[in-house]
Design a protein around this ligand. Structure first.
Ligand code: ZN
Length: 100
């Protein structure tokens, strides 16, 4: 197994892929907790907020392990779901952005 697939495996098995669902609109935000920080990503749009993703796309035309972990977790149904209210959406997004 490669280092990357080990990383993906541990992120998924430790439940570090999280789906935040906002009620009642059912808006969704995916995050993956990496090495101490949480990254905002979108497996449907193939996007992650981490620098590894950004530079990987620029140089090697490939994504990061967060995104791959989210895709695996989604497929295997191994993510943690957390419910929020729509009123909390703006604060939640602001909190993620301020961490970037
Ligand atoms: Zn990433």
């Amino acid at each position: 197994m490669s280092k990357t697939s080990e990383k993906i495996e541990s992120v998924v098995s430790q439940g570090r892929v999280k789906l935040h669902i906002f009620e009642p609109s059912k808006r969704k935000i995916w995050t993956v907790v990496g090495m101490g920080e949480e990254h905002w990503l979108d497996p449907d749009l193939d996007y992650c907020s981490c620098p590894g993703y950004y530079f990987g796309k620029l140089n090697k035309k490939q994504g990061c392990y967060h995104l791959e972990a989210a895709i695996v977790a989604k497929k295997e149904n191994k993510f943690e779901t957390i419910s929020f209210l729509d009123e909390e959406y703006a604060d939640f997004v602001a909190g993620l952005i301020s961490d970037l």
